[in-house]
Design a protein around this ligand. Sequence first.
Ligand code: IMP
Length: 430
Amino acid sequence: MANVVVVGAQWGDEGKGKIVDWLSERADVIARFQGGHNAGHTLVIDGEVFKLSLLPSGIVRGGKLSVIGNGVVLDPWHLEKEIAQLRGQGVTITPETLMIAENTPLILPIHGELDRAREAQNSVAKIGTTGRGIGPAYEDKVGRRSVRVADLADDATLEMRVDRALVHHDALRRGLGLDPVDRDRLLADLRAIAPVVLEYAAPVWKVLNEKRRAGKRILFEGAQGALLDIDFGTYPFVTSSNVIAGQAATGTGIGPGSIDFVLGIVKAYTTRVGEGPFPAELHDADGQRLGERGHEFGTVTGRKRRCGWFDAVLVRQTCATSGVNGISLTKLDVLDGFETLKICVGYELDGKRLDYLPTAADQQARCTPVYEEMPGWSESTEGARSWADLPAEAIKYVRRVEELIECPVALLSTSPEREDTILVTDPFAD
Ligand code: IMP
């Protein structure tokens, strides 16, 4: 299979970084297709820790092309910082190894300000965002008032684009009690950063299609998770992009038929950062223990993640909406030592049993989980590299997960180390 899409199949933070890194070693091109620097991917390579928010994970490996697709929203100042940080760690970044789609919308400082001003109001509008301006930048994209990468190349166009955006933003800011935008400063800042971005600007859709025709392996690296998808997530407590696998096509400019395998990353339990419904959430000692053992703190914001048992209903749903061919199950070792494990296998709503999460927000909030109990295991699964290394009860747990989500396990990850992986199906295999 030439082209693989990796998506988070829960609320993000499923441990995509390690798997993407593992796959990117075998890919020729690694492309981001949605989100922005709200993502937080941690890679550990030969003991060195790399933290990425915006750049594709392939950037840390030599000889690969990393691509930022048009489905991403790009903060140019963050880009500059992340490039500098990685260069400081010895990573080579050139226009041959990094390309940014010319039609990528920019995140401007006014987007971050707006995001944070709304969140600070502490009203019903609060989402618990990362405060990085992601939502407002996507609003401007569909509102047809973005400044896009290509606009940085021509000063007259840049001015026009900024003025178009400010008609909207100044009106909005008046309502929020914020000062009008300092147009001259914004333009000066954009002019100053333009060369940094333009160095990498390219017709990404064309490059990717050429690579595809030449038989190169393309890895599409998703950020966040399918339950944060703007259409299929727990709206409005979602991010502002499509996160599901179909976005890999729209967010880079390849046809949907070019996707050969969709790998869903699934944590062996459930976590969520920010507000919003979470039927299997635990507020007890078990939840506390999952959080502590799993080091469940946000990579970007440092916030404590909410924890709960594995919710098979939600993962079955996200495997369906992303057309997942196989999952990578991560962090199984966090469940080591629990006497009994629970899996959410359905919901009860108004006396009725449901096998999916309803769309209406009030119904989502009222869904109570129906659990199935399974015996836990006392042995350690950390670092297991073959099925034979796993206790029988752990294998039963994994098999039950497969049955319930109606999707097979392709990979099993048993520690942050890349070698600690059990491979069942190679997504890139022919
Ligand atoms: P935004 O993407 O900053 O607008 O935040 C919207 C929601 O998505 C919030 O609940 C965030 O916590 C969540 N979110 C955004 N990015 C990530 C991520 O990479 N992992 C987990 N949650 C995320």
